[in-house]
Structure formats: C-alpha cells, structure tokens
Design a protein around this ligand. Structure first.
Ligand code: MN
Length: 291
C-alpha cells in the first residue's frame, strides 16, 4: 500500500489563554491551510503544551459557557480538570483520562483545574479537540463518555517498543474505548527510543498527528519535534513513525462529514439560520443555568 505523505509540519503558534486556566496553541482551524473543513470532522484543536501553573487557592479555568452541534474531547496528559454542567453532571479528568462530551443539542458547562491539584500546582498539559456531528445528530441529547486511562484498550508493540492506546477506532484488532457518531481513529502512541509503528488509514480520511513528548521521524523522511503538528495528504494509506527518543504522539484520523459548516464561537451548525437560532436559544436560557 502507498505511503500517506506529510503535507505540512507546523510549529506551535503563539499561545493564548482560554479563561485563565488553559494556555493553548491553536492548530485547527489555523492560519495555514487548515480551515474547519480541511480536518473535518476535527474542527478545532487547542493544545496546552506542558506549562507550570503555580499553587493557588482559586482554581483557574473557564466560567460557564455553552456548546452546541458537536463534541468536545479532552485528553489530559498532565494535571486534572474538573467539569460541571447545567444538567447536574460533573467529574474529574485526571492524567491519562479522556472525556468525550457530546454537546449535540446543547449544554452549558464550566472547566476548571481540580481544586486539590490547584493547591499544589504543577505541570499542566492537555488537548481539547472539537469533533463535528452530522446534521442528523446535532439534535441528539447531550452525553458524556468519561474514559479512565485503565479503561482504554492498548496494543503492545514487540520488543517492549511501547504501546498504543486506542481511544477511538481500532488498531490491530484492538477496539477503541469511545463510541463515535462517524468513523474516527484517535490513538495515543507511546514509543520507546528507536521504536517504530505503522498505521493504516483510508485515503479519504483527514489525518494528522501532534507530538506530545519527544521527537519522531515520519515515513523515514520528515522530522517532527515535541509540540509540532503534522498534516497528511489525502493520498496513500500508510503512515510510519519512528521515535528518535522516548515519545508520545496523538494521531487523529476521521472520515470527512461532507456538509456545510456555519460556526461561531461555541456553536457549530450547518446553516446561518441555525446559528442565529442557537444564539437565540442560549440567550433565552434554553441551555439551562449554571452558577
Ligand atoms: Mn467547554
């Protein structure tokens, strides 16, 4: 099978703050070639690269805000996030855990560093992905998949080369922990120095990776160091990764949803009229209330 070539390796852009708790580099949608359609169904990727937050008695984070029409996926690499929503739900996303939140018809929530963690302070590293929903699923009821690290199935590479956590999709027969509305692979790849792993994705899928730790060589050609993002062409199926040092890589690949996108802030709909309606519903309190 043909190699899926790298189209672009991107360095992290200048970070910005989401609330006062998330210091993120935005990769999708970015100023390069990556509009919301290019990596669809992945319509947003914010990356809090490893950053030290000093101890505080007032947890940092983002106050109550809505989401509608898509899913938010939070992957915690370091630190802990506590979330609370308008339906009375809540929980903590700890190191290694994944929260897959289907906002769909609409949810109001807040995201803060967990209280005890905040008192101690420490390194914080996290990815938040927004995954689009097809029009027919945008009205689904909101739900959570709180996936603890121990619930994630993993594939062990030969010769103690490392392991691949299958968050969604499938790898070598190992099935992902998360259920998705459209075909998506989300893999957390942990490689020892010098180890290699191959991956197969359908040609039509939009595919990219983010280097969380270490440094890798992709397809024996392109080098991608920590905090860099590589976008792949929609040609070929095979991606190979070699770790130059002990590395962690998040790989995302998904079948595009071929529908129009009308997005503004936390609402991602198909048409302008639906967007106006979403704002209207939010202002009328239809998303519920949260202190
Ligand atoms: Mn949010």
């Amino acid at each position: 099978m043909a190699t899926k070539n790298v189209e672009l390796v991107m360095a992290p852009r200048e970070p910005h703050y989401v609330g006062n708790g998330f210091r993120v580099h935005n990769f999708i949608p970015s100023g390069y070639h990556l509009d919301m359609q290019r990596m669809n169904p992945f319509i947003m990727l914010d990356y809090n690269s490893k950053f030290y937050f000093p101890p505080t008695h007032e947890p940092r984070g983002v106050e109550a805000h809505p989401h509608k029409g898509f899913e938010t996926v939070t992957i915690a690499y370091k630190g802990k996030v506590a979330h609370t929503d308008s339906s009375g739900g809540g929980g903590v996303i700890a190191e290694g855990d994944v929260q897959w939140m289907t906002a769909a018809s609409g949810i109001l929530h807040k995201e803060f560093h967990e209280e005890n963690w905040s008192r101690q302070g420490g390194d914080f590293q996290m990815v938040q992905l927004w995954v689009n929903l097809p029009a027919k699923d945008k009205k689904a009821n909101p739900k959570y998949q709180s996936i603890q690290n121990k619930q994630i199935n993993r594939y062990h590479l030969n010769d103690n080369g490392g392991e691949i956590e299958v968050i969604a999709g499938e790898y070598q027969g190992i099935k992902g922990a998360a259920s998705t509305f459209t075909p998506i692979s989300l893999l957390n790849v942990k490689l020892e120095s010098g180890a290699t792993a191959d991956f197969h994705f359908p040609e039509k899928n939009n595919t990219a990776l983010l280097v969380i730790e270490g440094s890798i060589i992709i397809n024996d050609k392109e080098e991608a160091p920590a905090d860099h993002f590589a976008l792949f062409e929609n040609k070929g199926e095979v991606v190979s990764i070699k770790a130059k040092e002990k590395s962690v890589v998040l790989i995302l690949s998904g079948e595009p949803i071929n529908e129009s996108i009308a997005a503004h802030g936390p609402f991602v709909m198909n048409t302008r009229a639906e967007l106006v309606e979403a704002f209207d519903d939010y202002n009328k309190g239809k998303f519920g209330y949260l202190e």
